[in-house]
Design a binder for this molecule. Structure first.
Ligand code: G3P
Length: 214
């Protein structure tokens, strides 16, 4: 499972790129708003930081303007993926963009049927939202698993990005689904390295090293 960062904060991305663990990045208008900067400012900086795909979302809700926005976004860098909401106009835009060789990430996916439609329209990626499904009493990780299994069953090449990841349990569970990518927010990513037994074990090793010097 590849790790993407689910943030538009350039400093945070740079910090984890240094760890060697970040392959791609996903953004959305809410994440951009949190930075206090514009999409036009942050996306080129993010695209220069990571090798893999950087999802930048359109804000139009009609096909024609989504496609126009997509054409502008892909001019920014070769690793830009256009994020499109899972609505009917979005599917039409995905079809046009796919025919032009432009990669898309269909976002706000909450069901198997939405994932299938996005894939058949030609989406490069689909992003089911785990946390938001859990919020309404459904099992977000189970949806990811079901989509991954169904895509495999039918030989669908669209990749699944587990999104709206809120905690370590989500990370552990999606790792077992065969999902190829999880997009992880900074707080969850920084907690992934932590374990009390690592700290305890390291303290013991260092103390024993001191003893062995005498
Ligand atoms: O990747 C989608 C994500 O940014 C939404 O997360 O926690 O707002 O549901 P959340």
């Amino acid at each position: 499972m590849k790790i993407f960062m689910d943030t538009a904060n350039v400093e945070e991305i740079a910090r984890f790129v240094d760890w060697g663990v970040v392959y791609g990045v996903t953004t959305n208008p809410s994440l951009i708003a949190k930075t206090g900067r514009t999409q036009a400012e942050v996306i080129p900086e993010i695209a220069a930081l990571v090798e893999g795909p950087v999802s930048a979302e359109v804000i139009s809700t009609d096909c024609e303007n989504m496609v126009k926005e997509a054409h502008e976004l892909v001019k920014i860098a070769s690793n830009i993926v256009v994020k499109i909401p899972c609505i009917a106009e979005g599917l039409k835009a995905v079809k046009i963009l796919a025919a032009e060789g432009i990669k898309t990430n269909v976002t706000l996916v909450f069901s198997m049927s939405q994932a299938l439609l996005a894939a058949r329209a030609g989406a490069t990626y689909v992003s089911p939202f785990i946390g938001r499904l859990d919020d309404i009493g459904e099992d977000g990780c189970q949806l990811v698993k079901n989509i991954v299994n169904a895509f495999e069953l039918y030989g669908i090449e669209t990749e699944v990005i587990a999104a709206s990841v809120r905690n370590l349990e989500h990370v552990d569970k999606v790792m077992l689904t065969g999902c190829s990518i999880a997009t992880i927010p900074t707080k969850v990513l920084e907690s992934m390295i932590l374990h009390p037994l690592t700290d305890k074990g390291l303290a013991t090793f260092l103390a024993d090293f001191e003893k062995s010097k005498k």
